[in-house]
Design a binder for this molecule. Structure first.
Ligand SMILES: Cc1cc2nc3c(=O)[nH]c(=O)nc-3n(C[C@H](O)[C@H](O)[C@H](O)COP(=O)(O)O)c2cc1C
Length: 370
């Protein structure tokens, strides 16, 4: 394929988004905010994202909306003045390099540990242990049965998301992505296996989705809804504490149909993270199922390479493609696609280690365009 014809490299323009290409940097936790404030810095996160600014869009790592939202070490927050100031240094660098950057808003729910909360239990829809591991300051520990959130806890969390969205715009982000994916708090409400509530937040699919829509309604009081993206991973099964059942896909069908009522920047979907072909109630083709249902901008992720990325856009199944691990080791991913330059492998051992090593020291092999 002649490079100038590659769908991935075409500009993208919708009512709410104007991007110089369709290559998105997927959100990735890198655990480099090892300071007392849990703040991003211009030196570390700023340099890292600036190096990747030729992406059509950067979505940052998950950033906790409150202390209660934390579940991993050294993740940067967006709920304090110091954190807003830190992220500001990052957005300034990315914008100076011509990039566009959204902040991912995160609450891990039960995928946390009492060690992060002075011994108090993490929060979730129901008191059901995900039987997973939490990466605490003392290493991996078994998760516990969380506290079932009260109405007050839910109201407070809704406020925390709205406040975090406002903070993100104050820090100079072009928008936010709600992390309602990958087994974290919203996902714990969506799936019947993790949500046994008997109030208006449990039982029916409408009830299990209610918390998400209440958050969206609160966020849009603070920032334009056109600056809000949202991430879902419908066929997540057997990892991050998630188990699908026959209600799961109908619940996501309902959510995604209803998202048409919200004028979002985009909907970010993941193809299944694992082989779910043997699970009778899983959907194996996420983009194909949801492209006809969702009317706005559709971003797809998980295991894409250049060829598959070009193909999914060519087929009309998605508008944008988010690349995760390839972006860790290829800051100039767009230019490498453009010039047919071989990709550098990523080093898994430095995904979550502190400092510049394995973070900002992957070199560009092309002249990156400003
Ligand atoms: C090191 C690492 C950290 C990640 N952290 C996040 C995160 O903070 N938020 C999120 O939504 N997904 C996160 N993911 C998932 C990625 O966004 C993406 O869905 C996944 O890597 C699959 O895409 P890929 O095959 O292009 O890497 C992470 C993945 C990796 C490898």
């Amino acid at each position: 394929m002649s490079t100038d014809k590659q769908p991935l490299l075409q500009p993208y323009e919708s009512k709410n988004l104007k991007l110089r290409n369709r290559v998105v940097m997927a959100p990735m936790t890198r655990s480099r905010a090892n300071n007392a404030e849990k703040a991003a810095t211009g030196d570390l996160q700023g340099t890292y994202y600036e190096q990747r600014a030729s992406a059509g869009l950067i979505i940052t790592e998950g950033s906790q909306v409150s202390e209660k939202a934390v579940g991993y070490i050294n993740t940067p927050g967006i709920h304090s003045a110091a954190q807003v100031a830190g992220w500001k240094e990052v957005t300034e660098k990315v914008h100076a390099a011509g990039g566009t950057i959204f902040l991912q808003l995160w609450h891990v729910g039960r995928m946390s540990h009492p060690d992060f909360h002075n011994g108090d239990l993490p929060h979730s829809a129901s008191a059901i242990n995900p039987n997973s591991k939490s990466y605490t300051p003392e290493g991996f520990k078994d998760t516990v049965a969380p506290k079932e959130m009260t109405k007050e806890d839910i109201e407070q969390t809704i406020k925390d998301f709205a406040n975090a969205a406002k903070n993100a715009i104050e820090a100079g982000f072009d928008g936010v992505e709600i992390h309602s994916s990958n087994g974290y708090l919203f996902h714990q409400f969506f799936n019947a296996t993790s949500n046994h509530r008997t109030d208006e937040y449990g039982g029916s699919k409408e009830n299990r989705a209610r918390f998400l829509f209440e958050v969206l309604d609160a966020v849009k009081q603070q920032i334009p809804i056109q600056k809000v993206g949202l991430r879902l991973n419908p066929s997540l099964h057997g990892i991050f504490g998630m188990t699908m059942d026959e209600d799961t896909i109908p619940t996501f069908d309902y959510i995604i149909e209803k998202l048409n009522d919200y004028d979002l920047a985009y909907l970010h979907l993941s193809e299944p993270f694992t082989d779910v072909s043997e699970i009778p109630y899983a959907e194996t083709q996420i983009a194909k199922r949801y492209r006809p249902i969702y009317k706005g901008t559709l971003m797809i992720n998980s295991n894409f390479d250049q060829e598959k990325g070009n193909q999914v856009i060519e087929d009309g199944d998605a508008d944008l493609v988010a690349f995760g691990k390839p972006y860790i080791s290829n800051p100039d991913l767009v230019e490498r696609f453009e010039q047919g330059v071989e990709l550098t492998d990523w080093d898994q051992d430095t995904f979550y280690t502190p400092g510049h090593k394995g973070y900002t020291d992957y070199e560009a092999k092309t002249a990156v365009k400003a």
